[in-house]
Design a protein around this ligand. Sequence first.
Ligand SMILES: [Zn+2]
Length: 245
Amino acid sequence: MVVLNQLRKSGGFWLKLDNVNILQDPGPGSLVMVHQLRLKPRDLDAIMLSHRHIDHSNDVNVITEAMTGGGFQPRGRLIVPADCLNSDPVVLQYIRPFVGITEMKKDLEITLGEVKIGFPVQTMHPVETYGIIYSFKEGRLGYIPDTEYFPELAGAYRGVDFLIINVVRMKTDKRIRHLNMDEAAKLIEEIHPKRAILTHFGLQVLKANPELQAKNISERTGVDVMAAHDGMCVNFEKKETEKWF
Ligand SMILES: [Zn+2]
């Protein structure tokens, strides 16, 4: 409902790690937001889909076109689970020659410039979905995408410095396989990164004040936890003073 009514933007997040630019999960409105934030799709080195649900993949074709100058300058990588390409594909056939395509698999490792990208876990979600760890100069950034809770999840992210978690619900609804706030707190407590960012909020979370929820988890775990908001920019560099926009 949050995406369909655009209560929050749904364009995913742009990572700039050691000068490698990656767009993670370009949902509806991603191309528009990229331009509004004065980012340039031509600077992208890769587009990554954690899974093919429309709130994570809607703009993958248009962003791929934008990354490749309308397909006239083939470049970059598109890294997606196999079901984004095969059954009920979200990547259009005519787009595919514009870009190098890599099929995500558990335990696959990819290097882009100085950045290493690993896929430590396939999560529990109705379509093929993978967790991701980005290793770069300043540390390791884990992304826990859509999933229901399962005990092995924390172990897959052991030792990460930064963690982005999709937390959709306050209370679990068995029909949709997503994390709730308590489960996100438990994961943050176990993984214990330096910083965690909550994102991908459903209506229940928006009503429960995401900033307050982040503060509660911070107090409970001792981890610096923040709630994402539209257009937020996070600096992962180890500096005395960090800038938050
Ligand atoms: Zn999903």
